[in-house]
Design a protein around this ligand. Structure first.
Ligand SMILES: CC(C)(COP(=O)(O)OP(=O)(O)OC[C@H]1O[C@@H](n2cnc3c(N)ncnc32)[C@H](O)[C@@H]1OP(=O)(O)O)[C@@H](O)C(=O)NCCC(=O)NCCS
Length: 408
């Protein structure tokens, strides 16, 4: 497969056609593709002289505890109706990741359409997000809230800056290009925002909705705030819609259990079961990540453990099969000596005197991020080792649940 960089002038009509074919845009919504691509690195594979497979990649950050690492975001992968099942998307995505690594990326991430596909490129499942569907009138917040400003599509740069201003926890991601936010603001129907600015005109906190119709449901696409008072003010705003809107879908913000702020959630669940406005919560594992640079990922790993743990890792990386022979980056498979603790390290090599762990990069990434502990992964994923080593890994890699808190 030959691939090349996207040429906006000549390739845009074919890109629009592919996006219409996969159902991501309708006639008249082509600007969304242009906007996203203008802030992304896009690779193209041609078939019969036409771009039929496109992969868009963005740059950003992903946080491990308190340290940000350069993040490669695979934003979109699309193959047209005529080019499916020829291995184009798999190989083009691998090429895009390799290009992201050459650009300094250490960890790659993406949103999945289904489990399994990107596992073949070394990605492993992330943690669940909890999506709560609630009647806004049931929110138990009664903070004073100021009159918000209406925010619209034209506010994309200020809205992006507001998102970047959020405090970030473990696993938090950002994307650097404001065009990414602009493209996502228009996604779906009837999107609008409500928010507040400081004296300098910067948006301090805001909520971005998708929703139509008199009574909803509305979806909170994201909320951005700098502190918890601002979060409560946004939730109070949402509650204020509750005289009219009967259901709002909200993803639980990091560190917050929304159940604490909802009155009689179980009763509402029972009463609304099966209705258009069903109150419920769902756990969704929508994102996957993989380490692309072991040295960088481990150097950024500063665990609160009181000791260091050293082991020999034999790692497999399935992305190798999707990369061309002459690719300078061939994944992260092979033998490593790993140290994890307050200061961590990945070194190429092996040492027979050390305890031994065998893992795919998929499973190792999940352990490193804290998606699941080593003992659990040894049951369900490609990770194995002496039970004593697994137990020690559980103790040393005791991490909070990673949450990207940024849709991609
Ligand atoms: C997903 C998509 C990009 C795949 O494009 P493609 O070029 O046909 O993909 P490839 O040829 O590289 O891979 C197809 C292979 O993946 C396999 N596959 C598909 N889904 C899979 C899954 N969940 N788990 C494992 N394998 C899967 C297929 O069975 C096929 O295998 P085969 O080649 O052995 O028959 C394409 O179907 C598409 O554009 N879909 C709509 C847009 C979309 O959902 N994009 C992904 C966003 S995350």
């Amino acid at each position: 497969m030959k691939w090349r960089e996207f040429e906006p002038e000549s390739d845009a009509p074919a890109a629009h056609r592919v996006w219409r074919e996969v159902g991501w845009i309708r006639e008249g919504e082509e600007k969304r593709v242009d906007m996203l691509f203008s802030g992304s690195d896009v690779l193209v594979a041609d078939l019969n002289g036409q771009p039929e497979c496109l992969v868009a990649r963005g740059r950003g950050t992903v946080r491990h505890l308190r340290t940000d690492l350069p993040f490669i975001c695979i934003e979109t992968v699309t193959t047209s109706h005529i080019a499916r099942k020829r291995g184009l998307a798999g190989r083009l995505t691998a090429a895009s990741i390799a290009a992201g690594v050459a650009d300094g990326g250490a960890v790659a991430g993406l949103g999945i359409f289904e489990q399994g596909y990107y596992n073949r490129l070394g990605f492993g499942n992330g943690s669940y997000d909890i999506q709560v569907s609630l009647d806004p009138a049931d929110l138990m917040v009664d903070a004073e809230f100021g009159v918000p400003e209406r925010l619209g599509l034209d506010d994309w740069e200020a809205i992006h800056a507001s998102r970047l201003g959020c405090p970030r926890g473990h696993g938090a991601c950002t994307l650097s290009a404001p065009e990414f936010t602009a493209a996502h603001m228009a996604l779906g129907g009837g999107t609008f925002g409500l928010g507040y600015r400081d004296f300098d005109g910067n948006i301090t906190h805001h909520v971005w909705f998708e929703g139509r119709g008199e009574n909803g449901p509305y979806s909170v696409r994201w909320m951005a705030y700098r502190d918890h008072d601002q979060l409560i003010e946004l939730l109070s705003l949402i509650k204020a819609l509750g005289d009219q809107v009967r259901l709002v879908h909200i993803t639980e913000p990091p560190g917050i259990q929304l159940a604490d702020l909802i009155s009689h959630p179980r009763r509402s669940e029972l009463v609304s079961r099966g209705s258009e406005f069903e109150v419920k919560s769902r756990a969704i594992a929508w994102w996957q990540m993989r380490i692309c640079d072991m040295e960088a990922a481990l150097a950024a790993t500063h665990l609160p453990a009181e000791r260091h743990l050293r082991f020999a890792l034999q790692m497999t990386d399935p992305i190798e099969r999707y990369l061309p022979e002459d690719s300078p980056w061939r994944g992260v498979g092979g033998d490593w000596i790993i140290t994890v603790g307050p200061e961590s390290l990945a070194e190429r090599g092996t040492d027979a005197s050390l305890p031994r762990l065998t893992a795919s990069v998929n499973a190792f990434t999940r352990m490193w991020l804290g998606v699941r502990p080593a003992t659990g992964l040894s049951v369900t994923d490609e990770l194995s080792g002496d039970p004593d080593l697994l137990r020690q890994l559980d103790e040393v890699l005791l991490l909070p649940t990673p949450m990207p808190n940024w849709g991609f």
